[in-house]
Design a protein around this ligand. Structure first.
Ligand SMILES: *Cc1c(COP(=O)(O)O)cnc(C)c1O
Length: 357
């Protein structure tokens, strides 16, 4: 049996079919149907936020958000993230300016944001890497001082709280990913979250071809809607969320128990209520990491080098050297974590990994 790094969570099939049959009964498959509306209401309640706008995926959600905020020129962001953080900007003709990360949280370092070249910068885009909150307060302060919005790629941050408050309520808006491999999912999907009602209306218009109630408006739009069938998946996954979280927590804590004293783990502050979405560990050298990967692969365990290489490396025109991101991305490995992973497997994996500390 092979063990991948992540495995899509499959909800109870009859529960899923019950939601799907509601779509069949109504003959309504998309265009903000009843299932989607129910999902948005339940998510807003669960997450403790005001506006949840479900979209086709996180990448499109980010692009729609840039358009809604009229971002242009440059955006300061982190080099230590998934490629979509970068490509979503470039697809919209925006140049990413990379600010190096903090050595302990692995998130964008506000000091480097401040030190960046601010010419033509229209926003700051943070990423809560592996669900660990960015320095929310400091980023907000800098953005206010520079009079630009701060927004978040919150693809990993479903359900995370900071000082008891949803981290999605910090900044102008955040975008979640509901891809099949994420903690909470709809197969493919995502959502834009914002406390700003006006922005929320603009986003709703943009994701539906720039129309309101089917009528054309002046705004240029796109199709980034989520269908009823995806919403049905989301509703049935949401029903099982407490058990998903508790199973992940057990896996996460077991890895930390077994490996926490010999490897550097991501520093998560006490004020954070974490979601156990990933289990990254840092090796002393890239060589040790590579040896460990081969050893794991020989027992059919497939960890992933998230995120490697560092995003500033993709560009020949990158002007900023991100030394910490570069160093960390070469030495970081995400261990398998998903609700159905057995403790026995966690022990086997930990035994192999511990030989490479
Ligand atoms: C998964 C991921 C995305 C992309 O999400 P999609 O829903 O697949 O578009 C973007 N950013 C980060 C950090 C991710 O991990």
């Amino acid at each position: 049996m092979t063990t991948p790094v992540v495995k899509p969570f499959l909800p109870n099939i009859s529960s899923y079919m019950k939601y799907v049959s509601r779509a069949f009964d109504k003959g309504y498959l998309t265009n903000r149907g009843p299932l989607l509306q129910e999902l948005e209401v339940r998510l807003a309640e669960y997450l403790g936020v005001k506006n949840v706008i479900c979209v086709a995926n996180c990448t499109l959600g980010l692009q729609v958000l840039y358009k809604a905020l009229n971002l242009k020129g440059k955006v300061i962001t982190t080099p230590f993230s998934y490629v979509a953080t970068r490509s979503s900007l470039e697809w919209e003709g925006i140049t990413p300016v990379f600010a190096d990360i903090e050595a302990h949280s692995w998130n964008i370092d506000p000091r480097n944001v401040l030190l960046s070249s601010w010419k033509d910068v229209s926003a700051v885009l943070g990423v809560h890497v592996y669900g660990n909150p960015c320095d929310l307060v400091e980023l907000n302060r800098i953005a206010q001082k520079k009079n630009v919005p701060v927004i978040y790629d919150a693809a990993h941050a479903f359900g995370v709280k900071y000082q008891g408050k949803s981290i999605l309520s910090f900044g102008t808006a955040s975008v979640l990913s509901f891809h099949a491999t994420k903690l909470f999912h709809t197969g493919e999907g995502g959502s834009i979250v914002t406390d700003d009602d006006e922005l929320s209306e603009v986003i709703r218009e943009l994701i539906s071809f720039g129309t309101v109630d089917g009528a054309n408006q002046d705004r240029l739009g796109i199709n980034a809607k989520m269908s009823e069938l995806h919403a049905a998946m989301g509703l049935s996954v949401l029903d099982e969320l407490p058990s998903i979280l508790s199973k992940r927590r057990v896996v996460f804590e077991e890895y930390h128990e077994r490996l926490g004293s010999s490897f550097i783990m991501q520093k998560i502050e006490d004020a954070t209520t974490y979601n156990y979405s990933y289990c990254p560990i840092l090796f002393q050298t890239e060589a040790k990491l590579l040896e460990c990967v081969s050893a794991l692969e020989s027992i059919s365990v497939y960890p992933r080098r998230y995120f490697y290489p560092s995003l500033e490396r993709f560009s020949s025109q990158s002007l900023v050297d991100c030394k910490i991101a570069d160093k960390i991305s070469k030495r970081i490995l995400c261990l398998p974590i998903f609700p159905s992973l057995s403790i026995d497997s966690v022990h086997k994996i930990s035994n192999v990994v511990s030989r490479y500390s």
